[in-house]
Design a protein around this ligand. Structure first.
Ligand code: FCB
Length: 467
């Protein structure tokens, strides 16, 4: 394999950023006219959030965004990936606009620009307005239109200043966990609803791309996919079939229709009844880049009691994996995924999330040391460098997350922040990983170089049909 990036240099204009999402950090859940989302509802249900907790206050980013932006500035990042809370701007999901909610995103964007940090806005990070869920949520075909209208509203309002747009965050997680496994809102467990949701979310993505293209001059549009290799827990036929089905849901059900106008073979027949004439062309629209969220590999086992016949399996004892943080990690899988994704669809890739959860608390002096996160980030950025050297077209990297925040079903028990948040006082303390990242970014910026134009590896693979 030909090395195209000299050691320790990074491609010119590589984007270094941090990421959050609205429900996980904003708080102010009942303020200024915000409507309820499906996650507000889920947090009220017993047993759904580990040790309880909600998004009601979380890190109060809604009020403390100026301080958080100042922290980003001291990290020296180029970009901030955040999401827009649909029920904050459209409390019932459609119809009446909430001006106070819109004004919050104006302030946030203006403050970011003033700090020379590029806003990367994601339109959907899992928080559908409850009022729309009551009408069927993503299982209703109308959802594609609701989402297109909401996207148009945001594009018109922010498109003069926001150029980087993300349609959805992790399509497969919220459709699979939300409609088949009860790990995410809305907690429906129903095969038909899951299939319908997959197709309607794909349609919503395609319609959103059209809306953004129309409304935003020079828009740079991406979709964020979480992709992880799925390994069978054992070599048995049953586990291998389970892993293949989970792979179809997790890694293929969204990028394949969006970029190649086709559903993966294992799901195509089941989805067929919901596909209408013209749908596949509407889904497969030209986008500018792919976002990759990556944590660790998945082990799958057969489980006939579940609606898709698969279940997550514990990491096998002999797996070549380090489990010294909350989730199993396997850095090689990250490098391989970057190479595969870049070559498969021939689009630039941004790592839109990567990071790790560790529970580190202030010591007697108030300092927060998180050596495991530092080690993780060191290893994963080195793997990303290897991927680029091998020909992957990777253009940026966002750490998940800027802040400790609400981590969905894990509540507040698995914090990912570079900044520690004391939820009693809302005090932010940069962890050692924050200092590490600031130094790393500064160094990376001082060693920029132009990568070689096209390597033999880059010429391989299948192009997307929508490019
Ligand atoms: C991803 C989510 C993000 C965060 C990280 C840890 O799946 O997109 O919101 O919770 O996991």
């Amino acid at each position: 394999m030909k090395t195209i990036m000299p050691a320790r240099t990074w491609p010119r204009d590589f984007v270094w950023g941090v990421a959050t999402s609205a429900f996980q950090v904003e708080g102010a859940a009942r303020e200024d006219g915000r409507g309820l989302s499906i996650w507000d509802t889920r947090c009220t249900l017993p047993g759904k959030i580990h040790k309880g907790g909600s998004g009601d206050v979380t890190c109060d980013h809604y009020h403390r965004y100026p301080e958080d932006i100042a922290m980003m500035r001291s990290l020296g990042v180029d970009a901030y990936r955040f999401s827009i809370s649909w029920p904050r701007v459209l409390p019932a999901g459609r119809g009446k606009v909430n001006d106070a909610g819109m004004a919050f995103y104006d302030r946030l964007v203006d403050s970011l620009l003033a700090a020379d940090i590029e806003p990367w806005a994601c339109l959907y990070h899992w928080d559908m307005p409850q009022a729309l869920e009551d009408l069927g949520g993503w299982a209703a075909r109308d959802s594609a239109g609701w989402f297109a209208d909401y996207s148009a509203l945001m594009a018109q309002r922010l498109g003069d200043r926001v150029k980087r747009w993300i349609t959805f965050n992790e399509f497969s997680v919220f459709t699979l966990f939300g409609y088949a496994m009860d790990w995410c809102a809305p907690g429906v467990v129903d095969r038909t609803a899951n299939l319908r949701a997959i197709h309607h979310v794909n349609l919503a993505h395609g319609r959103c791309v059209d809306v953004l293209r129309d409304a935003v001059r020079d828009a740079s549009i991406g979709a964020v996919h979480n992709r992880q290799v799925v390994w069978p827990a054992t070599p048995s036929d049953a586990d291998r079939s389970a892993a293949a089905m989970l792979d179809a849901h997790w890694n293929l059900a969204f990028p394949e229709p969006q970029l190649r106008a086709t559903y993966p073979a294992l799901l195509a027949e089941a989805i067929e009844p919901y596909v209408q004439a013209g749908d596949m062309a509407q889904i497969c629209r030209r986008i500018d880049w792919l976002g990759l969220n990556h944590y660790g590999p998945i082990f799958a086992k057969a489980d006939p009691t579940t609606i898709w016949g698969f279940a997550w399996s514990a990491t096998p004892a002999d797996a070549p994996i380090r489990e010294d943080i909350s989730w199993a990690i396997f850095p090689d899988a990250f490098r391989d995924e970057l190479i595969d994704l870049s070559l498969r669809y021939k689009l630039p890739v941004y790592v839109t999330e990567n990071g790790c959860g560790t529970l580190d608390t202030p010591d007697a002096t108030g300092a927060v040391h998180d050596p495991k996160r530092v080690a993780y980030l060191e290893t994963y950025t080195a793997m990303m460098h290897d991927a680029i050297s091998a020909g992957a077209d990777v253009r940026g990297y966002f750490v998940w997350s800027l802040l400790d925040g609400f981590e969905w079903g894990a509540g507040y028990t698995n914090p990912f922040g570079l900044l520690h948040v004391d939820f009693e006082t809302q005090k932010r303390t940069p962890k050692s990983s924050a200092r590490w990242y600031a130094n790393f970014v500064e160094q990376a910026r001082s060693t920029q170089a132009d990568p070689a134009p096209v390597t033999p590896l880059q010429r391989r693979g299948v192009a997307n049909h929508c490019g």
